[in-house]
Design a protein around this ligand. Structure first.
Ligand SMILES: CC(C)(COP(=O)(O)OP(=O)(O)OC[C@H]1O[C@@H](n2cnc3c(N)ncnc32)[C@H](O)[C@@H]1OP(=O)(O)O)[C@@H](O)C(=O)NCCC(=O)NCCS
Length: 230
């Protein structure tokens, strides 16, 4: 299985391997430099709130993924430069974890704007249990490719290759909340089904009391809950 995971992603040019703790610095840099400034959700929040808390939240999240053995890195075979990453977690649904509206508002007061995407995604995921029950699943959390390596098929390759990682970890499903039209296209080409969709123009965020994602620019229109049985 490891040999198949490590096969090149794009011709002989782009390699693939599991993320290890030693990649922490590079991956944090990729998330900070390439994901945060291009992530449409962070950009929408940044119009109203300071960007730093969101960037810190995402970097903290990244730190959890570098040691969990469930994430992949793409690298330039010739130079060794890291060029793309897909950060994932193995999870199991647990009803006890859901919060009611009052709890969300209390947490929002304490933690601030980083809770807003969490609330959006919790709403998107509310019926996920009806589809996957309590089976183990791999959740794709953050994925990004360096702009100078864009449109080479790297993210498509990482998305396909992560299926082997999910299988190796005993998962029955891969789940992603896809906020960008581009990753939605990639996932649908790979056979994911759309199990829920929320349009940015219609989503009222109860924490800020606003339609905070209303101005997300075209072509991105909605966040989709995408699921693939593997
Ligand atoms: C979105 C992103 C991950 C795509 O990575 P990538 O390696 O360039 O993607 P691929 O080369 O595999 O693209 C596959 C398909 O996605 C679509 N796509 C990807 N980037 C696109 C772009 N900038 N414009 C239009 N379509 C795009 C295309 O349909 C493309 O197929 P094609 O090249 O045959 O037309 C990358 O641009 C990125 O990191 N963006 C910033 C962070 C982000 O949005 N992450 C995802 C959040 S859910």
């Amino acid at each position: 299985m490891e040999e198949a995971i490590n096969r090149p992603l794009v011709d002989g040019r782009i390699g693939c391997r599991r993320l290890v703790a030693a990649d922490k610095h590079d991956v944090e840099e990729m998330v900070t430099k390439y994901f945060v400034p291009n992530d449409i959700i962070s950009l929408a929040l940044g119009k109203v709130y300071a960007m730093e808390p969101m960037a810190e939240f995402l970097v903290d999240y990244t730190k959890q993924c570098v040691t969990n053995n469930a994430s992949l890195l793409a690298y330039n075979i010739e130079t060794g430069e890291n060029v793309g990453v897909i950060l994932c977690h193995v999870l199991q649904l647990n009803d006890d974890e859901s919060m009611d509206e009052a709890e969300w508002k209390k947490e929002f007061k304490e933690k601030g704007c980083t809770l807003i995407p969490g609330k959006l995604l919790a709403t998107l995921n509310k019926d996920l249990g009806k589809i996957i029950g309590t089976k183990l699943y791999l959740r794709v959390s953050i994925s990004t490719v360096k702009p100078s390596y864009g449109r080479m098929g790297i993210m498509s390759g990482l998305r396909k290759r992560i299926e082997l990682v999910a299988k190796s970890l005993g998962c029955d499903f891969i789940v992603s909340e896809s906020t960008s039209l581009y990753t939605q296209r990639i996932a649908s080409k790979l056979g994911y089904t759309t199990e829920n969709e929320m349009k940015y123009s219609e989503y009222f965020d109860p924490l800020s009391g606003t339609y905070i994602f209303k101005h997300i620019p075209a072509p991105h229109q909605s966040v989709k809950l995408l699921v693939k049985r593997i």
